[in-house]
Write a protein that binds this ligand. Structure first.
Ligand code: SF4
Ligand code: SF4
Length: 330
């Protein structure tokens, strides 16, 4: 699979970079983002992973242990766990516990959908994350029930609020450096996120006023035209308009901070990519001979300077204030 084609009225991402005389190359690898699989307990319309309850792809114990061996050798600053619902991977606890044992100060992030906290069989999640000092980055695309349920499914808003209350009760999201809780906003359709500072203020005010909930930061993300969100755009006939919107909002100032410069994205099988979106588009990293690479084939200190596999989907990261797994870029 390659990066999506675009209407002839839009310049390709490659020609936009060339016009501005910029290249896209990897820098120092600081973040190892592990996609533990496509299994999830909900099915969101914007999901770029096509995750859901019926998916079987999941990282095995053997792969987890190979990842841990690599981690022990190279020790990246941050481990970022995503999925699917990463907590549904059978060896999630083994992975996190072992990283903590090997390198107690490593920053570990769990990309949590909140509803996993009250899914039968997962009542251990909140306490486990607290005991292991895991930073939580939680999806919460709006502070209104109607918008959240439309995007993520009936009942998800109430379950997310219950999840946030539990996390606050465990000490997350109260400004404590060991227990951060950040929320993630993404638009409900084919538009760019609004101005970040104002949106964060709205979230803080509304969640406090109606639910007594607090959190640390809001990350505003742009929906990338990949997988389920791309299919959604095509179904509603807005794919070309959305690509035009992203391309016309290209912001050169975002290029320096793109997450693909310092992140190595790993699939449930151990394959490596420049980012999770490239993973979904199967743009796997290759060696000079063209052989596809797995995590255990690479020394991250030798990856700086490698070209990044970019494509038209990258307009999603460079539009407006930019977008990354940690929110806006400028
Ligand atoms: S967006 Fe997240 S929570 Fe929603 S289906 Fe995808 S992986 Fe699951
Ligand atoms: S999608 Fe974003 S993070 Fe991934 S390669 Fe493109 S610009 Fe980089």
């Amino acid at each position: 699979m390659s990066s999506p084609a675009i209407a002839s009225s839009i310049s390709s991402f490659a020609s936009t970079l060339a016009k501005h005389e910029v290249t896209l190359a990897r820098g120092e690898t600081k973040v190892l983002q592990l996609n533990l699989g496509k299994l999830c307990n909900i099915t969101c319309t914007h999901c770029h992973v096509n995750a859901g309850p019926g998916r079987k792809e999941i990282m095995t114990r053997e792969t987890v242990d190979r990842v841990l061996e690599w981690f022990d050798q190279y020790r990246p600053e941050t481990i970022d766990l995503t999925g699917g619902a990463p907590e549904m991977a059978p060896d999630f606890r083994h992975l996190v516990t072992r990283i903590r044992e090997l390198a107690p100060e490593t920053r570990i992030i769990d990309r949590c959908n909140l509803v996993i906290l009250n899914e039968p069989g997962y009542d251990w999640v909140g306490k486990f994350l607290r005991d292991q000092r895991v930073e939580i980055v939680a999806s919460m695309p709006c502070y209104s029930a109607e918008n959240v349920n439309a995007q993520r499914g009936d009942g998800v808003f109430d379950r997310s609020i219950a999840g946030l209350r539990e996390l606050n009760g465990l000490g997350f999201g109260k400004g404590e450096p060991n227990y951060p809780l950040h929320l993630v906003y993404n638009p409900g359709g084919a538009w760019l996120p609004p101005e970040h500072a104002e949106l964060q203020e709205d979230y803080k005010r509304e969640l406090k006023k109606h639910f007594e909930i607090t959190f640390d930061q809001l990350y505003a993300l742009t929906n990338l035209p990949v997988s389920r969100f791309a299919a959604f755009l095509r179904r509603e006939g807005s794919y070309d308009t959305y690509m035009e919107l992203l391309a016309s909002a290209f912001n050169l100032g975002t290029v320096e901070g793109l997450m693909c410069r310092n992140t190595l994205s790993v699939s449930w099988k151990g394959e490596i990519y420049d980012c999770d979106f490239n993973q979904m588009l199967q743009l796997q990293l290759k060696d000079e001979a063209g052989a596809k690479l797995n995590l255990w084939d690479v020394d991250p200190s030798k990856m700086a300077g490698r070209s990044i596999a970019f494509g038209n989907h990258c307009y999603g990261c460079t539009a407006g204030a930019g977008s990354s797994c940690s929110g806006t870029l400028v």
